[in-house]
Write a protein that binds this ligand. Sequence first.
Ligand SMILES: Nc1ncnc2c1ncn2[C@@H]1O[C@H](COP(=O)(O)OP(=O)(O)OP(=O)(O)O)[C@@H](O)[C@H]1O
Ligand SMILES: [Mg+2]
Length: 345
Amino acid sequence: MLLSSAVRWTAGGLAEAYLMDGSDDEALVMRGRPGLLPGVVPAIELTAVRKLFGPVVAVDGVDLVVNPGEVVAYLGPNGAGKTSTIDMVLGLSHPTSGQVSVFGMAPRHAVRAGLVSAVMQTGGLLKDLTVLETVQYVAALFSGPRPVGEVIERAGLAHITQRRVGKCSGGEQQRLRFALALLPDPGLLVLDEPTQGMDVEGRHEFWEAIRKDAGRGRTVVFATHYLEEADAYADRVVMVRRGRVVADGSPAQVRAMASGRVVRATWPGADTGALGALEGVSSVEVRGSTVLVRSDDTDSVARYLLNQTSARDLEITAQGLEEAFLALTADDPVGAGAGRAGAPS
Ligand SMILES: Nc1ncnc2c1ncn2[C@@H]1O[C@H](COP(=O)(O)OP(=O)(O)OP(=O)(O)O)[C@@H](O)[C@H]1O
Ligand SMILES: [Mg+2]
C-alpha cells in the first residue's frame, strides 16, 4: 500500500497533517500550531536553485527554507534575482536547475490549492468598480473564500468600501490587492515590492495591515528595497546579491554580520588608497568632501586621520542595516565608493 502525506493550513495558521493511502480516504493525523508540529513541511524550500535567462544568471544556487509563520524580507539591489525567485515560488516560471517546493508541493499545485497568494506591484484592478464590488467579484471566483467583510476589515478598507478604485490612492489600491490576496486565506503571502512609490504614511498603513494579519500565523515573504521596512516588519532578512544569498538572519544578526563601525570625517581630496590599506578597513567611500571608512578597528582609523592628515569633524558610529546592506552587497567592498552598485534605489 502506498502511503503519502500532506499538510493543509487553516485560518489562523493552524496546520493539519493528513495521511492518505491511495483510496479516497484520508486520515487527519495532527492538528496544531506549525511550530508545535514535528516535521511539518516548510512554507518554502529552495534547494540549489538556479535560473538562467540565456547568458544571464538571475539566480545562482540558492538554498533557502522559510518556515510557517515567518515574516521574511528578501532584500537586494536591482537585478539581484528577487523577482526571478518569487516568480518560481509562485509557479510562474521554473528553475533551470534545482528544486522549488511550497508546503511540500510543486508551486503550481500549492497556488491551485489556495495555499499561496501574491500581491504584485501593478495591474489587475478595474478603475470603475468600487472597493466593495472588486472584492465581491473576485470572491465569486473562489470556492469557499473568506467573507468579503472580513478581508475588507483586515486590509483596513472598511471606511472606503464605496469608493471607486480609480479614486483610491496608490496605498489604498495596494491594500485592496492585499484584501484580494486574503480571500483564499493563504498560508503563504508573497509580495514583490508592494509599497514601491508610496509615501511614508501609505507604507506605514500598508505594513500595519500586513503585520496585524501576520500575527495570526501566516507566512509572509516580501521583496523590498526599503531597508527600514525590512527592519521594522520582518523577523528575518535574507540579503541577495547577484543571485546568491549573502546574509540570512534576524535584522539584528544581519547588522552584526557587517561587523565593525564607521568613521566619518570631512577630508576634501581624501587619500582613499592610504585609508584602504589600513588594518581592518573593509571599505572606503567618498561623498563630496566627506569620507566614510568602515573598519573593525575604528580607533586606528581615527588616530591615522587626526595625526597624519588634515581630516576633521570625526564621528564614529555603529553600522546600521543600510551600512550592512551596502557592505554585504557591494561589488567592490574596498574602494572609493566603487561598490555602490549595491546601493538600493
Ligand atoms: N525574462 C528575462 N529575460 C532576460 N533576463 C531577465 C529576465 N528576467 C530577469 N532577467 C535578468 O535577471 C536578473 C535578475 O532580475 P530580477 O528581476 O530577478 O531582479 P530583482 O532582484 O527583482 O531586481 P529589482 O530590484 O530591479 O526588481 C537581471 O539581470 C535581469 O535583467
Ligand atoms: Mg524585482
